[in-house]
Design a protein around this ligand. Sequence first.
Ligand code: NA7
Length: 534
Amino acid sequence: MRGAADHDAVVIGAGLAGMYMLHRLRGLGLSVRVFETGEGVGGTWYWNRYPGARCDVESMEYSYSFDEDLQQEWEWTERYPSQPEILRYADHVADRFDLRRDIRFETRVTRAAFDESANVWRVETDRGDRVSATYLITAVGCLSAARVPAFPGRDSFQGPSYHTGRWPHQGVDFTGRRVAVIGTGSSGIQAIPVIAEQAAHVTVFQRTPNFSVPAHNRPMEPEYARWVKSEYARIRDTMRNSANGLMTAAGTGSVLEDGDEERQREFEARWARGGVAFLGAYGDIVVDPEANELTAAFVRSKIRDIVDDPEVADLLAPHDHPIGTKRICVDTGYYATYNRPDVTLVDVRRDPIQEITPAGVRTAGGEHSADLIVYATGYDALTGPLLSIDLTGKGGLSLRRKWEAGPRTYLGLMTAGFPNLFTITGPGSPSVLSNMIVSIEQHVEWIAGCVARLRADGIAAIDADPVAEDAWTAHVDEVARYTLYPRADSWYMGANIPGKPRVFMPYVGGVGVYRQKCEQVAADGYEGFVLLSA
Ligand code: NA7
């Protein structure tokens, strides 16, 4: 069946997506080669070892559902899993399903080209591998292309500097050191309180304040874990068919329907419970400007309650984007950290960073000395990891060229002109707007089902129909426009990368709706795809 190819499938990446893809394809009897840049499995959780790194989805929900024994046996120790615990989990899964023997570590795929004469992908790596495969599946993650802005003088800094997503494995000792942290997204907001506990001084450089809700993390209650495990079948089903892949249903009512007191009670209750479910209080928070503003005002009032210095509280209170339209952060003691005498906030909108000097960070207002710089400056999201590979489809078409004005996909799963190339949680799918692991499982299972079908029916290649792709790309945009998301300069929009096209990349229609659509397409004989017989 494999014909002339070295492998049935090549999978790029051994994070939670690549690992499960390997397992499923093996289950179909395919020969699979996985290439992974890191020395180990885990993807995001392999790289993001910064202090305080933690998932913003609860442990009982941020875990694979595909294996009943695995989900019953694994014991999470905290309500929100820390990075080391998720990495232990990924290692356990790799051992349990004997995944490592098909993974080539410390190897980056640099190039892949579709050979039309043989219907195979020819894949090249930075270690000199040259292999062919019938199917090429990217499991490269949405936030893996770390980005450090090109500040003038960046390389002149005398001390160490680290991006949060490329953190040294041996850890960093901040004791007695003056630390500059640039960036206040999820990573900065998680890291700053932990660094402040150790460091002599922390200077935080904030460009855009973010909304953050408390995690209220705590040790896992054994009764709660037992209850979830006993109800897993039902709970997983709810998650798969929900809007965002979480088990707590989002409210459907309007912020505006409730009176002031009722609304305040609801927000207080959600705040006390903690986590991203805060935004699920009502159904119209990211849709209706007035509803959004009432929600934002509640969080701003909390910031003012927590932060002692009213000027600092003002700087921390976001006004430039609707709440929820940039990924909401989940923190442990973030705002209270600014009450410490050894933490300083610099607003780089008023006082811009001019350069990095050998001794620290120079803003218009003067030099801020530092022994160490932490770049919590984010990623070239969604398209960045895909376009870092030189991908060439039919007729020499390059993906970089095709996506010059923004990503174009059919269902976020394939892009026309690149037969047998599948993307897990890529642009055009719910991906970063969902509980990632739920979306990963859905994509992996859909792709495995598709591959099984192609092989059973003797189909050599599948490609997206350009008409279906145009319609889906327009639909992704249209659904986003119905919401407030496009109003923020967010990485969802590509706004954090100079020169990147402004296109809302993830599909905001919801995990459940999207799943139904994908299942329907498959049931209808892969409607919108072109199948080429062998
Ligand atoms: P984010 O959310 O992209 O945050 C990056 C932060 O860095 C954000 O505050 C940026 O400000 C700031 N930034 C970026 N470039 C600059 C420059 N040139 N000057 C000053 N500040 C800058 O990345 P994270 O790693 O925190 O989180 C990524 C996701 O990982 C997160 O949403 C979770 O899903 C997990 P800006 O807002 O662009 O003004």
